[in-house]
Design a protein around this ligand. Structure first.
Ligand SMILES: *Cc1c(COP(=O)(O)O)cnc(C)c1O
Length: 381
C-alpha cells in the first residue's frame, strides 16, 4: 500500500493580464468576465430559463437564422462539431469532406468514427476550398448525402466561399455541415440565406466570451434528418432530441433536466452576444475588416508577408510567414514574457513556418494592433 497523500498547500492562482492575439481564446470583454461572477442560479430556475430564451434569440441573430433548434452545446467548439456529425450522419452514409487545414481533417475523423464514408476534397494549406473540385466530387458521388467544410480555417487564415458551396450542395440535394467557429461575429455569415443545414461555432473566438461553449443551429431539413434516423444517436450527451427537452423547442415550453447547464458560462455568453447585437453584426464585420487592413499595412512595413492570397484572407486570423533567420519559439516567448502578448504558432503543415495573429472580437481594437506592431518591431530588431 502507498502512504496517504500529504495535504497540499497551494497558493491562489493569479493569472497575469495578457493580450491574447492568437487563434483563440481571444481577449474576453470585461463585462463578460464580470458576468461569470454573478450569483449562480439553479439550471431550472425560471429566471435562468428566461435568460436561456434570450441566448437563443441572440444566437439566432448572430447566425442570421430562424432555426428553432439553435442553442449552445455545454462544451467547446469540438463538441459542437461532434454534435453536428453524430446527430445527422449514420453508419454507411457518404459525406463529402473538404480539407484545407487542420479542422477539415477533424471533420473527416468524425465521419469515419461514425462508420460513415468520407470522400475528401483536398486543397493546399492557405488556399480556400475549391468550388469546382467540390462540384466534381458531388458528380462523382451521386449517393453522397452531406457536404462538410470549414468556413474560416483558423489553421491557415483562409476564407472559403460558404455561400457558393452551400448553393452547390442544395442544387444536388445534399445537406451542409459548416464549421463557423472562427467565422461567427468576425465575417459575413448568413445561415438561412446561404442554406446551411447544420452549423457550429465556439464562444472564445470572435464572440470574445470565455471558452467552453459551442453555439449550434440545425435547419428544419436537418431536424427532419435527425427525426427520421434509422439508428439511435451514438452519443447520449450530444443527442439533440434529448437536449431539446432542456433547451426547449419553443419559448415557454416546460424544461426538463438533461444535464446541469454551465450556468455562469451561459451568463457570459448572454453578455457577449448582447454586446454583439448592440454593436450590430455588420458593424462588427466592418470593424474586423478595418483593423485587419491596419495590421496588414503595419506588418508590410516590417517586411512580413501573408500566407494567404489577399482576396481569401480572414481579417480575424492573420497567418504570416516567419521572416528568414528568425527563431520562431524565441520570438513568441519573448512577446509573451516581456510584453504579455500572445500570438499563435503555426499548426500542422505551417508549424515552424508561420505565426497566426488573431484580431478577434474584443481583440479587434486599434490599441491591440498598435501593441502588436510595436512589440514585434522591437523584438525583430
Ligand atoms: C478553435 C476551432 C475549433 C475547435 O474549437 P475548440 O473550442 O478548441 O474545441 C474548430 N474549428 C475551428 C475552425 C476552430 O478555429
Amino acid at each position: 500500500m502507498q502512504p496517504p497523500l500529504s495535504q497540499p498547500h497551494i497558493q491562489p492562482f493569479f493569472p497575469p493580464q495578457r493580450t491574447l492575439m492568437g487563434p483563440g481564446p481571444s481577449d474576453v470583454y470585461p463585462s463578460v468576465l464580470a458576468a461569470c461572477a454573478k450569483p449562480t442560479l439553479g439550471h431550472l430556475d425560471p429566471l435562468f430559463v428566461g435568460m436561456m430564451d434570450e441566448v437563443k434569440q441572440l444566437l439566432q441573430y448572430a447566425f442570421q437564422t430562424r432555426n428553432e433548434m439553435t442553442l449552445a452545446v455545454s462544451a467547446p467548439g469540438s463538441a459542437g462539431m461532434e454534435a453536428c456529425f453524430v446527430n445527422l450522419v449514420e453508419s454507411g452514409e457518404k459525406v463529402i469532406v473538404c480539407r484545407n487545414g487542420v479542422f477539415g481533417e477533424r471533420m473527416r475523423s468524425n465521419v469515419e468514427r461514425l462508420g460513415a464514408v468520407a470522400v475528401t476534397v483536398d486543397d493546399d494549406w492557405g488556399k480556400p476550398v475549391d468550388v469546382q473540385k467540390v462540384s466534381d466530387a458531388i458528380k462523382a458521388n451521386p449517393d453522397a448525402k452531406f457536404l462538410a467544410f470549414v468556413h474560416a480555417e483558423t489553421s491557415t487564415g483562409a476564407r472559403s466561399d460558404a455561400k457558393a458551396l452551400c448553393a452547390l450542395a442544395k442544387e444536388h440535394g445534399l445537406l451542409t455541415i459548416v464549421d463557423t467557429v472562427t467565422a461567427l461575429g468576425g465575417i459575413e455569415l448568413r445561415v438561412d440565406d446561404w442554406g446551411i443545414d447544420a452549423v457550429y461555432s465556439g464562444s472564445q473566438k470572435c464572440l470574445s466570451c470565455v471558452p467552453g461553449l459551442s453555439p449550434i443551429s440545425f435547419s428544419p431539413a436537418a431536424v427532419e434528418k435527425l427525426k427520421t434516423r434509422k439508428s439511435l444517436v451514438q452519443s447520449w450527451f450530444l443527442d439533440q432530441t434529448l437536449v431539446m427537452g432542456y433547451w426547449g423547442n419553443t419559448s415557454g415550453a416546460k424544461r426538463t433536466y438533461h444535464h446541469t447547464a454551465p450556468v455562469n458560462a451561459l451568463y457570459a455568453l448572454h453578455e457577449a452576444l448582447r454586446l454583439l447585437a448592440d454593436e450590430g453584426l455588420e458593424n462588427a464585420w466592418a470593424r474586423h475588416a478595418m483593423l485587419h487592413t491596419e495590421l496588414r499595412d503595419g506588418l508590410a512595413a516590417l517586411g512580413i508577408e501573408f500566407v494567404v492570397e489577399e482576396k481569401y484572407r480572414l481579417p480575424q486570423l492573420n497567418a504570416v510567414h516567419i521572416p528568414a533567420g528568425v527563431d520562431d519559439a524565441a520570438v513568441r516567448s519573448w512577446l509573451l514574457n516581456d510584453y504579455n502578448l500572445e500570438i499563435g504558432a503555426g499548426l500542422g503543415a505551417l508549424a515552424g513556418k508561420a505565426w497566426r495573429i488573431g484580431l478577434m472580437g474584443y481583440g479587434a481594437r486599434r490599441e491591440n494592433v498598435a501593441v502588436l506592431l510595436g512589440a514585434l518591431g522591437e523584438v525583430l530588431k
